[in-house]
Design a protein around this ligand. Structure first.
Ligand code: SF4
Length: 199
């Protein structure tokens, strides 16, 4: 089976607890005002990858404690995302999923794959990005309406200490000279500073 993604990063420390592989899925029907990933809305503009091939890439990475799925909207392709996460979980990797839906909305879904994906998610971060609630004071998320849901015991220990984790960015430069950024914070300020310091 195939999953449609925008990109993946094999290891990063700014998209959830510890070092993680991250997969940005392609396609999002939510279309939040102010979304910085508008180029991930149209599923037809993504890259189709075989789930086994993608999981093999992830499983070959050393020193990660889990995978993070973001996008795009992971619950737009719940079966494919579930199957990928299931393989990761079978190899003791933890699962963090970001969604623009609220958990209540997902729990009311009549799609069994939505429930299966929720059932193996350790940490769900829910809610749409809302521009007027922009807030970078909590880790990994951009607006104050978004919430952390500890759906298993794996990250329960973070419940009281999550405020101590700082947001950050990873910046990579590809061999082709592209600047690839991931993480959370004031991206516009970051871009201005990068160019100010490079030029
Ligand atoms: S749910 Fe995420 S990807 Fe979708 S529009 Fe909102 S911020 Fe963008």
């Amino acid at each position: 089976m195939e999953i449609v993604i925008n990109r993946y990063v094999k290891k990063t420390s700014v998209e959830g607890p510890g070092n993680r592989a991250c997969i940005w899925v392609q396609g999002c029907p939510i279309k939040c005002d102010g979304c910085i990933n508008e180029h991930m809305w149209n599923i037809d503009k993504g890259i189709s990858m075989d789930i086994i091939d993608l999981s093999n890439i992830i499983l070959s990475v050393e020193g990660i404690e889990g995978i993070t799925i973001l996008g795009g909207e992971p619950f737009y392709q719940p079966q494919a995302v579930y199957l990928l996460c299931k393989i990761a979980k079978e190899h003791n990797l933890s699962i963090v999923v970001f969604t623009g839906y609220t958990i209540d909305k997902l729990q009311q879904s009549d799609d069994k794959w939505v429930h299966k994906l929720l059932s193996i998610t350790d940490l769900l971060i829910d809610g749409p990005y809302i521009n007027k609630y922009q807030d970078f004071n909590r880790p990994w998320i951009g607006s104050s309406n978004q919430r952390y849901h500890y759906l298993s015991h794996r990250y329960k220990y973070l419940e009281k200490s999550i405020q101590n984790i700082k947001n950050g960015f990873d910046i990579r430069i590809s061999p082709q000279g592209e600047i690839l950024i991931n993480g959370m914070g004031d991206i516009n300020k970051l871009k201005k500073n990068i160019f100010k310091n490079i030029l």
